[in-house]
Design a protein around this ligand. Structure first.
Ligand code: KG4
Ligand code: ZN
Length: 345
């Protein structure tokens, strides 16, 4: 096992990302460069990611992201040992753009190629940032994902449960929209909630009455609309305090559900005879401080790991790392590597 320098590329949603990572066995991996080119401004007028626009932007920007990552690392293609790329799941046009670009680079530079599952990228991040040992429990919470994963090896993931409808980030974004706050909704709702009274509105905690780790967040939206409309009907509008109280009530409901289901997921690990080395979170919603606090409490004696935000959200470093883990375990792909819109772990 020798030191390896890996290029990681990510384009499955609305971030064009490339990173260079170096790892010498027995030492902590080093992120030499981590370039993320977001597309927020491109999609903003449409109120959501437009797949065709995203794909075109990825195809146009990926070369540049790679160039910047190499320049940032002070390296050239000849210094690389491996090219890792997200091969799914995600918006197929974007994934395809990344895979094609990665094939071109691997072929041109005579380097091995590894296709990475985007979710594995998120799920293995605690090993990149904190050297987490197997097994550990991961809660992935973003705008598109919400699931508990038991991670037992670089290629051994068990889904213990997840959302049956919306992801929490999506719920935060919708709440912000319904209350006239800016997007992305998460940070805006958290800011308002900090000034609000969580006890004024009592929102549902869906599926808590059912066993298991599945969750549901779409009903919260309906409840929020009802409460908002009741207040507006009485007063003809929302005051700043109404808005803050609605945000606080909503955030408390999300945190309660995630905390209780995390407790169950940890109990499920124990029931399987496993002692997790850590309870880790990833995804944009993991930025929420109120939520982090609750999850820390739930973790108890199990170390709670929350990677830095730039590595919690979509990035190339996590793909480089997951690719490296796969490569070290003997996995590589050929020029027939396919882009997959759906790819369960
Ligand atoms: O992981 P991410 O950057 O992208 C994907 O969805 O893949 O997550 C973005 C989501 C958005 O829905 C955003 O509103 C949410 O994460 N988010 C937050 C916070 N910061 C970002 N949600 C709650 N509280 C926050 N502080
Ligand atoms: Zn992601």
């Amino acid at each position: 096992d020798r030191a390896l320098t890996v290029l990681g590329m990510e384009s499955s949603c609305d971030d064009t990302a490339a990173a260079v990572l170096r790892h010498e066995p027995g030492t902590a991996p080093v992120i030499l460069a981590n370039v993320v080119m977001g597309q927020a401004a491109l999609h903003a007028p449409f109120g959501g990611v437009v797949p065709e626009l995203a794909a075109r932007a990825h195809a146009e920007k990926m070369d540049l992201a790679v160039e910047q990552a190499l320049a940032g690392a002070g390296l050239s293609l000849g210094d690389l040992d491996l090219v890792a790329v997200t091969a799914g799941p995600g918006l197929i046009g974007g994934v395809l753009a990344g895979v094609m670009c990665a094939k071109g680079i691997a072929m041109g530079a005579g380097l091995p190629l590894v296709g990475v599952n985007h979710l594995a990228g998120h799920a293995l991040t605690p090993r990149l940032t904190d050297g987490a040992g197997f097994p550990y429990l991961m809660l992935l919470v973003s705008g598109g994902h919400c699931q508990f994963l038991l991670v037992e090896g670089p290629d051994r993931f068990t889904r213990l449960g997840g959302t049956i409808d919306d992801a929490p980030g999506e719920a935060f974004d919708k709440t912000a929209k319904l209350l006239g706050l800016e997007q992305p909704g998460g940070p805006a709702v958290e800011r308002e909630a900090a000034r609000g009274d969580a006890a004024r509105f009592r929102f549902p905690r869906p599926l808590l009455d059912r066993p298991g780790c599945d969750m549901s967040f779409s009903g919260l939206k309906t409840a929020l609309i009802r409460s908002r409309d009741q207040v507006m009907a009485g007063r003809g509008g929302l005051t700043r305090q109404d808005r803050a109280d609605l945000c606080a009530g909503f955030q408390a409901a999300v945190a309660d559900v995630l905390a209780e289901k995390s407790r169950r997921a940890l109990a499920e690990c124990t029931a399987r005879g496993l002692r997790p080395t850590a309870f880790a979170v990833a995804g944009g919603v993991a930025a929420n401080q109120a939520l982090r606090l609750r999850l820390t409490e739930v973790a108890g004696d199990v170390p709670f790991l929350a990677p830095p935000l730039r590595l919690c959200t979509d990035n190339g470093a996590m793909i480089a790392w997951a690719g490296l883990e796969r490569f070290r375990a003997g996995g590589t792909d050929g020029m027939d590597l396919a882009a997959r819109p759906r790819w369960p772990l």
